[in-house]
Ligand binder design. Structure first.
Ligand code: FAD
Ligand code: DLZ
Length: 505
C-alpha cells in the first residue's frame, strides 16, 4: 500500500508519528516550500531562511535514511502554491492509496488538512505527539476548572512526569524559585557567547532565494545564526547547558545593553521546528544538577518548557480560531511605525527592536516587558500587535505566539491566562536593566517632555481602565497610589500621555 506522508515545515522530527506509521519501502514523503505558508504573514527574512533551510536539510537526512522524498522547492518547476495543492498533485503523481499526516500546529493549517480527505484516498490525521501533554490530557486537566492558570498546570505536570520531584514533593521544597530570579546583571559580568553556525551551501542558496523572492520583508540576514539541523540544535542545547544555564535563573528577567541573549537558551526555534524535543531539553537541564547547576536555574528553565510551552499550546487549541481577535480592553490604536523602523527614542525599546530586526530574536523580558508592555500601555490594537509578533520572530508560530501576545502580554482575553495585566513603568525597566543610562529620556523624571514615556503611560493606562481593573484585588495597592495623586497631578500625567501618543501613533 503506497502511502503519502506530507511533512510540514515545523514537523522536522525523525520520530514524527506519521513516519512511525509508514513503511519507508512503500511511502513517499512530501515536503513543499509553498507560497501560501511563506506569505500568510510577511515573515522575517531569517524565519524564511531558517524554515526552508531546515526543511531541505531534513529532506536530505530522510533520503539518507532510505525514505523516498518528493521535495518541492519554491523556485522549482511545478511548485505548488499551497500545502493542499501540493498534496492533491502528489496523490495523482504517485498514485498513492492513502495519506498519513500529523495534525498541524495552528487552526488555519488543521482546517486545510481536514480537506485532504477529498482527494479520493483515505486520510489519517495523527495527533502531534511531540509535546509533553496530549490535547486529550490537557482537556482532562482543564475540564471543570474555574481558572486555567499556568502555575496549576505546571504543578500537575511536575507530578505527572516526576520531573524535579522527590517522594511526591517538589525538589528543594518549592515549586518555583521566581523570587530568586529577578537579579539585574552586575556591571562587567561576562556573558558566554552562544555557538556560531556558519551558513552552509544549502543555507546560502536559501538566503539568495529569500533575498530574491522576499526583498521587502522585514529583517536582515547578515547575522543569521540559527541551527538548521538536529546536529546543530544539539550543539546549541549542549552549549547552553554547559555555559549559560548556571545563571539562567538569576538573570532571567535582566535587560542589558549589547547583550541580546544573556543567559537564555536560544532553543525555541529548534524545539518549534522539531529539531529538538521538549523532553530532551528538560532532561539535559535536570541532568546538569549533577554537575553543579543550581536548582533555581534548572527549575526556572524547566518551567518554561514543561509549564509555559505546553500550557499555551493547550489554551490555543482549546480557545479556537477567534482567540486572536479578542480585545477585552477595547484597544484600537494603530501599531506605532517605530515597531517597523525603530527610532522610538526609548533605548530599551530601540535595543529590543534592533536585535529583533538583525537576529529575529528578543528574549522573553524584552518581548513581555518592553515591546508588549509599551503596546498595552499605549492601547494598541492587540490583533495588530499579534500580527507583528507573528512576523518578526524566527520562533513564531500562531499556537505559541498568540496566547503569549493576546493573553499574557495584552490581557486581551480578559484574564484567561493572566490574573492581571503585565504593565510596568520606567522604574521597573531601570531596576532590571541598564538601558536608561543611554536613553534620551530620563527615567527619574515623571512629567514633561524629557520624562520616560513608560512612567506616564503606566498611570494613564491604569486611569483609562480604572472602572474595570480597580476591582482586581491584585491591583488595589496600585490604584491606591493613583488616587493619592492630586487631581492636578493626575491631569498632568494624562496630558503628557496624550501629547506623547499623538506624536507616535
Ligand atoms: P528561554 O528563555 O531560554 O526559555 C526556554 C524555552 O522555554 C524556550 O525556548 C521556549 O521553548 C520555552 N518558553 C519560554 N517561555 C515561554 C512562553 N511564554 N511560552 C511558550 N514557551 C516558552 N515563544 C515562541 O516559541 N514563539 C513565539 O512566537 C513567542 N512569542 C512570544 C510573544 C510574547 C509577547 C511573549 C511575552 C513571549 C513569547 N514567546 C514565544 C515565549 C518566549 O519569549 C520565547 O519562547 C523565548 O524568548 C525564546 O527564547 P529562548 O529559546 O532563548 O528561551
Ligand atoms: C512557517 C512555514 C513557512 C514559512 N513555510 C512553509 C512551507 O513552505 N512549507 C511548509 O510545509 N511549512 C512551512 N512553514 C511551517 C507552517 O507554516 C507550519 O506548519 C504551520 O504554521 C503550522 O504550525
Amino acid at each position: 500500500m503506497k502511502t503519502l506522508v506530507p511533512i510540514l515545515g515545523d514537523q522536522l522530527s525523525h520520530g514524527l508519528a506519521s513516519l512511525r506509521a509508514a513503511d519507508r519501502r512503500t511511502a513517499v514523503v512530501l515536503m513543499a516550500e509553498v507560497a501560501e505558508e511563506a506569505s500568510y504573514v510577511p515573515h522575517h527574512k531569517q524565519k524564511l531562511v531558517l524554515v526552508f533551510s531546515a526543511m531541505r536539510h531534513f529532506a536530505e537526512e530522510l533520503r539518507r535514511d532510505g525514505w523516498t522524498v518528493d521535495y518541492r522547492r519554491l523556485d522549482g518547476p511545478d511548485a505548488p502554491g499551497s500545502l493542499t495543492a501540493g498534496v492533491e498533485a502528489a496523490v495523482l503523481r504517485h498514485g498513492v492509496s492513502r495519506i498519513v499526516a500529523v495534525r498541524g500546529g495552528e487552526h488555519r493549517v488543521i482546517a486545510a488538512q481536514q480537506g485532504w480527505g477529498r482527494f479520493g484516498v483515505p486520510l489519517t490525521l495523527l495527533e502531534d505527539d511531540r509535546f509533553m501533554v496530549s490535547t486529550a490530557a490537557f482537556e482532562g486537566w482543564a475540564q471543570g476548572r474555574k481558572r486555567l492558570r499556568m502555575e496549576d498546570f505546571y504543578r500537575w505536570q511536575r507530578a505527572e512526569t516526576g520531573v524535579l520531584m522527590e517522594a511526591g514533593q517538589p525538589l528543594g521544597g518549592q515549586w518555583n524559585f521566581d523570587k530568586d530570579n529577578r537579579k539585574s546583571l552586575p556591571k562587567g559580568m561576562p556573558v558566554p557567547a552562544p555557538p556560531r553556525f556558519a551558513p552552509d551551501a544549502i543555507t546560502q542558496e536559501v538566503m539568495a532565494l529569500v533575498n530574491d523572492r522576499f526583498p521587502t520583508n522585514f529583517g536582515t540576514l547578515q547575522q543569521f545564526n540559527w541551527p538548521v539541523t538536529r546536529a546543530e540544535a544539539l550543539v546549541a542545547l549542549e552549549r547552553f547547558v554547559a555555559d549559560r544555564l548556571v545563571h539562567f535563573g538569576d538573570y532571567q528577567d535582566a535587560l542589558v545593553e549589547g547583550e541580546a541573549t544573556l543567559f537564555h537558551s536560544l532553543v525555541s526555534t529548534s524545539i518549534n521546528l522539531g529539531l529538538l524535543s521538549p523532553r530532551e531539553c528538560i532532561d539535559a537541564a535536570v541532568a546538569a544538577l549533577e554537575t553543579g547547576a543550581p536548582l533555581n536555574a534548572v527549575e526556572g528553565f524547566v518551567r518554561q518548557i514543561l509549564g509555559w510551552r505546553d500550557y499555551v499550546r493547550g489554551i490555543y487549541l482549546r480557545e479556537g480560531p477567534d482567540y486572536v481577535h479578542r480585545n477585552a480592553l477595547g484597544a484600537t490604536r494603530p501599531l506605532p511605525e517605530f515597531y517597523w523602523t525603530g527610532g522610538s527614542g526609548m533605548r530599551c525599546f530601540d535595543a529590543a527592536f534592533e536585535q529583533t530586526r538583525d537576529l529575529a530574536y528578543a528574549h522573553h523580558i524584552q518581548r513581555l516587558m518592553v515591546l508588549g508592555n509599551f503596546a498595552l500601555l499605549a492601547g494598541v490594537d492587540p490583533h495588530a500587535l499579534h500580527l507583528w509578533f507573528l512576523i518578526v520572530y524566527a520562533d513564531a508560530y500562531e499556537w505559541v505566539e498568540a496566547p503569549n501576545v493576546i493573553g499574557m502580554s495584552q490581557y486581551a482575553d480578559g484574564g484567561l491566562l493572566g490574573s492581571k495585566p503585565y504593565v510596568a513603568g520606567g522604574a521597573y525597566l531601570s531596576r532590571m536593566g541598564n538601558h536608561c543610562g543611554s536613553c534620551r529620556y530620563k527615567v527619574k523624571e515623571k512629567a514633561g517632555p524629557d520624562a520616560c514615556p513608560f512612567n506616564y503611560l503606566y498611570w494613564d493606562f491604569l486611569a483609562r481602565h480604572e472602572a474595570d481593573l480597580s476591582k482586581n484585588q491584585r491591583l488595589w495597592t496600585v490604584y491606591d497610589g493613583w488616587r493619592r495623586f492630586s487631581p492636578e497631578r493626575q491631569a498632568e500625567i494624562r496630558a503628557d500621555a496624550e501629547r506623547f501618543l499623538a506624536t507616535v501613533c
